[in-house]
Design a protein around this ligand. Structure first.
Ligand code: HEM
Length: 441
């Protein structure tokens, strides 16, 4: 299959587009007149690129191109010293202790979601992704800026973001399929307009927050922490514009991914009702008639395993792309400088030579020898190495918490006539959404 056809299929339908051999291959090479692309599935190669020599495999400039109108110079797209400085400022906000501090805000977002679903719990088919998006956006606004999604600026960002997604080409093809630099870039006017609207709204939030910080009245949330943390090396904090870039990526990376994961997790539990009952039972025991506290979340083992297994089968970020900064030699092949290195969690997580029963939903698998070794070497839903997702710890609290709260209150069932078809939008989504029947438990 040519790369062009492959990418067209990939956009159409992630699952059936994949030639079966990519689930068995250690590496696949795609050649075009302009560039070469290498899909790496061998754990040693993934380890080399992500953990051992990440500086030799930076994010390609082309990744930035598609995202620039919205993200500017955010930590997601920068490289080298700029990226290192940004991570030094951002990382402390996501340490364990801080996650404990933002937990009440997450819980409030979960309570809001449980209340909103009450009117929909009538056994009729309901599209659930819209609600998980709403929930994840609420989590981000409450933890970052101490405002609920109902706040007028938060609601406007959320709406503008949905509009932005509709105007964006689905997968970031610019990254997987680098066009030569002279090739004219077409950006739809609406994409540029919606990106500008989102950035203006975010700038309103950060300007207001800066004034509160100066007045000593700022709430102790993630935005205050990030805006007041100096870089330990230079001593300087983020400039206002830089902060807009970072908030844009927290909103994008933090809400799209969690929304996708939660929607697929609910679908998996609807498909496997015995696991759903186990999650509900665990939540009843641990919540014990009240809402959970931070320590309880660590005890939601079944919920965490179900969420983790969902991230294996439906990794929200199905592929990551890097560029070879110097010539390499992979599996007896010369990899020229500038080649695209594709790390596909979609393939790695379902690889037939690595996982036992790769296509089965089995949350217990991580307890076995095969599951444990694959967890170390073939499981990268949050990436790995120095560029690992900043929000991984945050997401592993948010996901199991919301899953348990929802399943504790409601039963979710599949809609036989509407099985979801996974497609690669910014994250892995259902082509026509994910439809479930909801009823009170
Ligand atoms: C289930 C939820 C999530 C998943 C599966 C996920 C996955 C990922 C992946 C795979 C990357 C690496 C992308 C690449 O290298 O091309 C990434 C990066 C990132 N994520 Fe997440 N993410 C999740 C939630 C979050 C949350 C909640 C936040 C913040 C609140 C967040 C913030 C970021 C940031 C800032 C980066 C860029 C890190 C860097 O390049 O240094 N993510 N995420």
């Amino acid at each position: 299959m040519s790369l062009w056809r492959y990418l067209r299929l990939f956009r159409k339908d992630v699952l059936s587009a994949q030639p079966a051999r990519l689930y068995r291959a250690w590496m696949a090479e795609f050649r075009t007149p302009f560039f070469r692309s290498y899909l790496c599935n061998q754990p040693a190669l993934v380890d080399l690129v992500l953990r051992q020599r990440p500086d030799d495999f930076p994010k390609s400039d082309r990744v930035r191109e598609g995202l620039k109108p919205l993200l500017g110079n955010s930590v997601f797209v920068t490289n080298g010293e700029t990226w290192k400085r940004q991570r030094r400022i951002i990382d402390p906000a996501f340490e364990g202790g801080r996650l404990r501090d933002v937990f009440p805000a997450m819980l409030e977002a979960g309570q809001g979601t449980v209340s909103r679903l009450a009117t929909l719990a009538d056994g009729q088919p309901r599209e659930i992704e819209a609600h998980t998006s709403h929930a994840a956006a609420d989590v981000i606004f409450r933890t970052l800026f101490s405002i609920p999604i109902e706040h007028s600026v938060a609601a406007q960002v959320f709406d503008a973001f949905r509009e932005h997604q509709r105007t964006q080409p689905v997968v970031n093809l610019g990254a997987l399929l680098p066009l030569p630099r002279w090739f004219p870039r077409l950006r739809r006017r609406r994409t540029l307009r919606t990106a500008a609207v989102i950035r203006r709204l975010i700038a309103e939030l950060t300007t207001a927050r800066m004034a509160e910080i100066e007045a000593g009245t700022a709430p102790d949330d993630l935005a205050t922490k990030i805006m007041t943390t100096p870089d330990p090396v230079s001593g300087a904090c983020f400039e206002p514009d830089e902060m807009v870039d970072q908030v844009a990526i927290f909103f994008l990376a933090g809400h799209e991914t969690s929304a996708s994961a939660l929607a697929w997790a609910l679908y998996m539990l609807a498909l496997y009702p015995e696991w759903q009952d186990k999650v509900a039972h665990e939540a009843s025991e641990i919540f014990n008639g009240a809402w959970p506290d931070f320590a309880d979340v660590g005890r939601l083992r079944v919920s965490r395993d179900c969420f983790r297994e969902t991230l294996r089968l439906y990794p929200p970020v199905p592929m990551m792309v890097r560029e070879a900064a110097c010539p390499e030699h992979f599996r007896d092949r010369d990899v020229p400088r500038g080649s695209q290195i594709v790390l596909s969690s979609w393939h790695l997580h379902r690889h037939e030579r690595l996982w036992t029963r790769p296509d089965e939903f089995d949350p217990d698998r991580f307890e076995t020898g095969n599951g444990r070794s694959c967890l170390r070497e073939a499981y990268i839903p949050f990436s790995a190495g120095q560029r690992v997702c900043t929000g991984a710890g945050f997401a592993m609290i948010e996901g199991p918490l919301l899953l348990s709260m929802l399943v504790r209150s409601y039963r979710f069932e599949t809609v036989a006539t509407r099985p979801p078809m996974p497609v690669a939008h910014l994250t892995v989504r259902g082509q026509d959404g994910i439809w479930l029947r909801i009823s009170p438990r």
